[in-house]
Ligand binder design. Sequence first.
Ligand code: R5P
Length: 293
Amino acid sequence: MPDMDEIKEGKTYYTDIPQKTEGFFLKGSNSLDWGMKNRLARIFNPKSGRTVMLAIDHGYFQGPTTGLERVDINILPLAPYADTLMLTRGILRSVVPPSFTQPIVLRVSGGTSILKELSNEEIAVGIEESIRLNVCAMAVQVFIGGEYEKESIINMTKMVDLGNRYGIPTLAVTAVGKDMARDARYFRLATRICAELGAHYVKSYYIDDGFETVTASCPVPIVMAGGKKIPELDALTMAYNAIQQGAAGVDMGRNIFQAEQPVAMIQAVRAVVHDNETPEKAYELYNTIKNQS
Ligand code: R5P
């Protein structure tokens, strides 16, 4: 405790300068609490307002898919270029060093495999684990139109309730079943339901026709899912279009880690997301880095 004799009376009050009251930079997030906003500000870069999430959670239902056979060898070299890693607690604990300080988005729904009905998920990770692992958000799959639609929505709302208690955002991941139409109408429906029921941000696939209506009608940020592997220039074009049509970033997996040169690809994606680089320029960057390595 300081010696009372040493305490000097304050004089610098700047009575002529009102204290600033800043709004929060993320869409629909201004009324959240400090801890929630702080976590979101680690996922989304406050300067660009966007994020490059690297999704490597595929193993939770499909095992060691191409590019994720050895996360330690194939993925850790990409991690420094990702704003966020989206992954399971198993890979986090077994492979990612705790000295890695970028934010983690933890997959918390699961319980199914590619051998069975995928929409039949439950919450597979308790909230205490998310707190213990110091994560910045929790990801829950939501199957709008799927066989277990209601259950998956309730999985999400449960995590929203728990996350709100502890200041941890919930990412709703819209999943498209084999038989569902991938069009603007579907994604407007799916993303809006997730936001209405409390998701702090939502992951949606990109569609060529009307994606801007999906981002416009969703009151919280949308990040674009990558989807199946396509040629690098096409993937950069898709990311560019999504960003220009209102996405607040990407959550890409296969189109980064299955690229011919993943370290180059993630840097090219960053250029598109954070610097508004055109797909052609970003592809040039991709080739330059690829040829140097
Ligand atoms: C799938 O359910 C997982 O959440 C993946 O994270 C998601 O599909 C994104 O990965 P990709 O860009 O490979 O589609």
